[in-house]
Design a protein around this ligand. Structure first.
Ligand SMILES: CC(=O)N[C@@H](C)C(=O)N[C@@H](C)C(=O)N[C@@H](C)C(=O)O
Length: 713
């Protein structure tokens, strides 16, 4: 069985930033020339880093259809750029750059104009605030509509601190010593600062910062309530103030990554008065506020707090002038008659409004596919894709959309197309900017499953689920295919029919791959999600096994050559499956698996997840009675470890705040004690995602070889 390594160089589309750089009228034909930059990341094994690069494309159009499109020049690596944004007119560009100077990491804020750098501010030396936030959760970099100011989010400045025993300081000196520049506080060197957990480590207290382009003066905004952490900010109409999402962080912070259920609200702070006003509900979670092109309305997503960490969203609209809030698309409990199952999206694209400010576009999971959905003011229009696969809206500018489209056997390509007029969305036509070649030797299909009656959920009856099956087309006559089963993590997430490098490579190696979206996954209605908490370790495990058993009945697969691979809650399921079906799986690979909820709750950044998924209501002053801990243990894979026979390969990230590595080590020790074949790979400098180039590449190779070895291939 050969392994092709060059696949690990496959580029991934990161973001697409359309810019109207040039608009021309040729002869008396009204052609617009539209340039845009697409940003990509690619694994570079030699440099052991994900390199970021951009590629420019040119599009000729006549405001209704694309006449010509294609690449304009070659790729250019983007080094050190953390954030960049063009001004609304395209005349200027702001860049946040990190650079290591004499061993010290510094951040610079650059303002570019046409062919020169107007300004470069050394933010580290200026010391107005801490590091600028470059993440998707809080981060933003936004020009004012007037193009005179720039808004961004940074860590609040912390007081300079020194030891009580700093040499040369007398005991009776003032506790606070005034130095020439700033106050120095004694004895706070070891102060604990809570942060927002996995992937947001050392991000604790964000502040809104505004740069005055002309004077280069940076203002850290006052007036934000002390119990609120602001982020995802933008300028209000007429630049009178800032609109932002504020997360409550009292009594303590919980992990935010993959946790859309954190209490948060929309706020507005007026720059003149400093007055801060709450614009949305006090008891829900919001994200992705987006101002309409006519500056009259703000659309945003909203869902419930506590409970499942990802849920079906409401699409809400705030009218800036009437101050009224309306629900554009509500939560969908079960699939509607037109098949729409609700909005499941972690965020709206940076531009999502149609030019007429009447429609909002988004990509969202619909069962096992990612499609582009148009929401109208009163009803929901949908794009029904002619081709299968998954589409992701990257950006829209004056109704010209840029999307990424892929499928399990075809890497992502970029497509452009004009949004048709209202009500004719199904007449969408796309122009592909750069063809990617489908992998002719991989076939895929989506399978639907209805659990057997005895497994129906009495509280949420009649739910179904599905799976995506990838198969190598070339099969040796008379042979049967080995099968790799991959349940996703979350558990409230979803595997959609898009290009996933690792599964495509496994297929190229001759494995069939089954991606299971068990009950509790996103994209199937809110009831589907709510059916799982309290039933983890049984309902999800049985759904996966039911899908596997159903697929094996097709006859193309070797029942003696089945492996299971999963990360996080997917690792939880993998470990449960080899414990509950001990002779069935011949190899198991578990990445940062949840193995024991009762020991995880004390060290994870999401203790509420352990409580909720075990079937209890969470509140911050919950008392973990023995009965609750016992229930958590009983629902954990460690409970079944004594039955395990399957060889297990564990992969742990040293810096994992979500599912701390001690979970994997606890399971590792149990297997060692039982003399079950187990190997543990430890990845320093890697967190829960194990997504750095070293961990991803080494992890894939070792997983593939582990499966080959233990399936005797
Ligand atoms: C809410 C949450 O983070 N739950 C975790 C237990 C979990 O399963 N998270 C997944 C979304 C996850 O992290 N999946 C990645 C790492 C994967 O490899 O599957």
């Amino acid at each position: 069985m050969k392994i092709t390594c060059n696949f690990l160089h496959s580029p991934t589309l990161a973001v697409c930033t359309p810019q109207l750089i040039w608009c021309d009228r040729l002869n008396n034909l009204s052609h617009v020339i539209f340039f845009f930059l697409s940003e990509w990341t690619q694994r570079d094994l030699e440099r052991n880093e994900n390199v970021k690069f951009c590629r420019q494309y040119i599009v000729f159009h006549d405001d209704k259809s694309v006449v010509y499109s294609g690449p304009s020049g070659n790729c250019t690596e983007i080094k050190g750029e953390l954030l960049s944004v063009d001004s609304p007119s395209g005349d200027m560009k702001a860049v946040l750059r990190e650079s290591t100077i004499k061993g010290e990491e510094k951040q610079f804020l650059e303002i570019w104009h046409k062919n020169r750098k107007l300004k470069c501010l050394n933010l580290t030396t200026l010391s107005k605030h801490g590091k600028v936030y470059e993440d998707d959760q809080f981060g933003c970099m936004v020009w004012s509509h007037s193009e005179t100011h720039l808004l961004y989010v940074a860590e609040k400045k912390r007081p300079k601190t020194e030891s009580y025993f700093q040499t040369g300081l007398l005991a009776d000196e003032e506790e606070t010593i005034k130095t020439d520049k700033e106050e120095t506080v004694l004895g706070q060197q070891f102060e604990y600062y809570e942060d927002w957990g996995e992937a947001l480590v050392n991000k604790s207290s964000p502040v809104l910062c505004v740069l005055d382009i002309e004077s280069s003066n940076i203002t850290v905004l006052e007036g934000i309530p002390a119990n609120i952490s602001p982020g995802q900010a933008f300028w209000s109409p007429s630049d009178t103030g800032l609109v932002f999402v504020g997360w409550w962080h009292e009594p303590f912070r919980l992990g935010l990554k993959y946790c859309a259920n954190r209490r948060s609200s929309l706020f507005y702070v007026d720059l003149a008065s400093g007055k801060c006003e709450q614009l949305s509900s006090n008891s829900s979670a919001v994200c992705s506020p987006r101002l309409s092109p006519d500056h009259c309305r703000i659309v945003y997503m909203e869902c419930g707090i506590f409970g499942p960490h990802q849920q079906c969203n409401r699409l809400c609209m705030y009218d800036w002038y009437t101050k009224q809030t309306s629900v554009v698309v509500d939560v969908v409990q079960r699939a509607r008659e037109d098949g729409f199952t609700g909005i499941y999206s972690s965020m709206l694209s940076s531009r999502c409004w149609s030019a007429d400010s009447q429609r909002v576009l988004m990509s969202c999971a619909q069962r096992s596919a990612f499609i582009i959905t148009v929401s109208l003011d009163t009803q929901l229009g949908r794009f029904q894709k002619s081709e299968e696969g998954s589409w992701s809206l990257l950006n829209i500018h004056r109704d010209l959309m840029v999307v990424s489209c892929s499928s399990p056997n075809c890497p992502p390509d970029l497509r452009v197309g004009f949004l048709p007029e209202k009500g004719s969305e199904s007449k969408m036509s796309w122009v592909t900017l750069e063809e990617t070649q489908p992998q002719a030797d991989i076939s895929w299909q989506t399978l639907n499953f209805s659990p057997p009656p005895e497994e129906d959920n009495s509280q949420y009856p009649g739910l179904d689920f599905n799976a995506i099956l990838l198969k190598p087309k070339e099969m040796t006559a008379g042979s049967k295919l080995p099968l790799v089963v991959m349940p996703h993590g979350g558990p409230h997430s979803v595997l959609v029919s898009e290009w996933i490098l690792s599964t495509a490579v496994l297929c190229k190696m001759g494995f069939s791959v089954l991606l299971v979206n068990y009950r509790g996954s996103l994209g199937f209605g809110q009831d589907n999600i709510l059916s799982l908490p309290g039933n983890i370790g049984t309902q999800d495990v049985k759904d996966v096994q039911f899908a596997v058993d159903s697929v094996l009945k097709q006859g193309d697969f070797d029942e003696q050559k089945v492996a299971v691979v999963g990360g996080s809650h997917g690792g939880f399921l993998a470990c449960h499956l080899i414990g509950q079906y001990p002779e069935f799986y011949k190899a198991c690979v578990a990445r940062n698996p949840v193995t024991n909820l009762s020991s995880m709750i004390g060290c994870t950044d999401i203790p509420d997840w352990c409580v909720v998924e075990a079937g209890y209501e969470y509140n911050t002053d919950i008392h973990l009675e023995p009965a609750i801990l016992e229930q958590m243990l009983n629902k954990s894979p460690i409970k079944h470890v004594s039955k395990v026979k399957t060889p297990v390969l564990l992969m742990l990230g040293e810096d994992d705040k979500r599912v701390p590595s001690k979970q994997g080590i606890e399971y590792y020790r149990a297997l060692k004690a039982l003399q079950v074949p187990v190997r543990l790979l430890w990845y320093p400098g890697n967190n829960h995602s194990l997504s750095k180039v070293d961990a991803e590449s080494d992890g894939f190779m070792n997983a593939a070889l582990w499966i080959i070895q233990h399936l005797s291939l």
